[in-house]
Design a protein around this ligand. Structure first.
Ligand code: AMP
Length: 214
């Protein structure tokens, strides 16, 4: 199963991605998580990304495309993956199409979590206030001003992907404002049934990949 979760910050992509991981035994690839880890590790890319992320802007396409290309190559991505927070621009979506075509694989679905922006802002702002009150650590971009900018970036650069994937026939839209279990039920309904176990077991080793040490 190869999926994209599309939706603005705070729409609940991460929560639903975890459920998809558990159900399908596939990996979640959050470009935001990879960039935060790189920032934390202080790598050159991480430092550059950090400056951009705290402003609520988007990291350049070539950086995130390279992250995804590297991650989907790894053996644990063979059963499938959920892309969470990628693609975020039309050029990223085009790069992904090329990447998948080169590997002879296809997306099963793009799940759009549709939300009401005003309600979403209130939801995220109250979550931030609750976390602050409890003294819990916040992400650098968990700040109402930054959130406004992230939502604006979504509207301008990412929302066009809804039409992009609709025209490819892969788009499934669910109501992201519903309670978490209701959103989950809608996602399950929108997806093809779970593959039988036989399809999920790794391919038997051939002489070719045995020789390659895989
Ligand atoms: P997220 O955790 O998905 O909300 O991403 C946090 C931040 O990481 C975003 O606001 C961007 O600055 C950056 N980021 C994550 N994924 C991408 C992407 N696909 N393209 C550009 N920037 C990204």
């Amino acid at each position: 199963m190869r999926l994209i979760l599309l939706g603005p910050p705070g729409a609940g992509k991460g929560t639903q991605a975890q459920r998809l991981v558990a159900k399908y035994g596939i990996i979640q690839l959050s470009t935001g998580d990879v960039l935060r880890a790189a920032a934390h590790a202080g790598t050159p890319i991480g430092r550059k990304a950090h400056e951009i992320m705290v402003r609520g802007e988007l990291v350049p396409d070539d950086i995130v495309v390279a992250i995804v290309a590297e991650r989907i190559e790894r053996p644990d991505a063979r059963k499938g993956f959920i892309l969470d927070g990628f693609p975020r621009t039309v050029p990223q979506a085009e790069a992904l199409d090329r990447m998948l075509a080169e590997r002879g694989i296809k997306l099963d679905a793009v799940i759009e979590l549709r939300v009401n922006e005003d309600a979403l802002l209130k939801r995220v702002e109250s979550r931030i206030a609750d976390m602050k009150a409890r003294g819990e650590p916040l992400r650098n971009d968990d700040d109402p001003k930054v959130l406004h900018r992230r939502l604006a970036a979504y509207r301008e650069l990412t929302a066009p992907l809804v039409d992009y994937y609709r025209s490819q026939g892969t788009l499934r839209t669910v109501d992201g404002m519903a309670p978490i279990p209701v959103v989950w039920a809608a996602i399950e309904e929108a997806l093809p049934p779970k593959a039988p176990a036989a399809e999920l077991t790794p391919a038997p080793k051939t002489d070719k990949n045995r020789a390659a040490g895989s």
